[in-house]
Design a protein around this ligand. Sequence first.
Ligand SMILES: Cc1cc2nc3c(=O)[nH]c(=O)nc-3n(C[C@H](O)[C@H](O)[C@H](O)COP(=O)(O)OP(=O)(O)OC[C@H]3O[C@@H](n4cnc5c(N)ncnc54)[C@H](O)[C@@H]3O)c2cc1C
Length: 278
Amino acid sequence: MLPKFVSVIARAKDEALSWLSSLENPKIIAGGTDLMVKMRAGKHYSHVIDVAGVPELLGVTEKDGKLFIGPATTHARLSSEGSIVRNARSLALACGLVGSPQIRNMGTIGGNLANASPAADSIPPLLVHDAVVTLESRDASRKVPLEEAIVAPYVTSIDGKELIGSIEISPLRGYREGYRRVAKRATWAISRLGVAFAIREENGMFLDAKLAIGSCTPMPFRPRKVEDLLKGAPKNEATISDAIRMTLEEIKLISGIRPSYAYKLPVLKGILEEVLRG
Ligand SMILES: Cc1cc2nc3c(=O)[nH]c(=O)nc-3n(C[C@H](O)[C@H](O)[C@H](O)COP(=O)(O)OP(=O)(O)OC[C@H]3O[C@@H](n4cnc5c(N)ncnc54)[C@H](O)[C@@H]3O)c2cc1C
């Protein structure tokens, strides 16, 4: 059973921020697909502030060459939103693979990010797009790169009086971009492995490569040394095999040897071969 709490529905961002700063033991809720599970398991908040219908937190806008995603935008919407499909294909694909149709219709990108699960599907694509999160409180606003906003599994640097105001991403044009996901089943299953990629190549050379791997280390990460190796390298089997070896070594360096690596690393190797060979 759920513990008793008071629920308030915000109609504007200022209203949500004002309640966050004044109410006792408050918590933001959007789709509730993560929070309700935690509250059923005993986590207690005195006040729950519903931001799912706050207009300023919904949809995608373009400004100065960047895309600004409202945190309360659902996975279902993002998976088919024109500007995301055109400029951040890996994110559209990842959002389209979250959970099930019901979960995608309720679950939001802000909730996915704030929950900070190592298996969150939207996080690897957001990393590939150098996402920057705007965190707002009643009196202040700050911008934090996503890589710094997630500080440990299920832990972010978002203060209890702050909410995610928007998620800014850099569009990628001229890249071959995608998201590969491995899970026990196609739906209703959490990712065992998620790989987002954006690769630009010409005349048999890698011009640029952005990779992000989720569900493998405590936090999704970008193998930057591998990206540096690929930049300007010939697209051949030697480069690809060096890149894969370095990625697997980096994972072992981050996490040590885990029992799940007996299957995850060979599967990851296969995904990276396919992605890099294109
Ligand atoms: C059956 C099932 C299957 C699932 N499958 C997947 C899957 O395949 N892939 C995947 O990635 N996830 C999956 N999830 C997890 C979940 O659906 C997602 O993480 C979803 O995106 C969470 O969004 P939400 O709006 O429901 O978050 P909520 O539950 O409303 O909130 C989650 C957290 O985010 C915080 N939050 C929400 N919005 C804001 C904001 N604007 N500012 C600050 N904090 C905020 C809340 O306070 C809370 O801490 C699954 C969940 C279930 C129940």
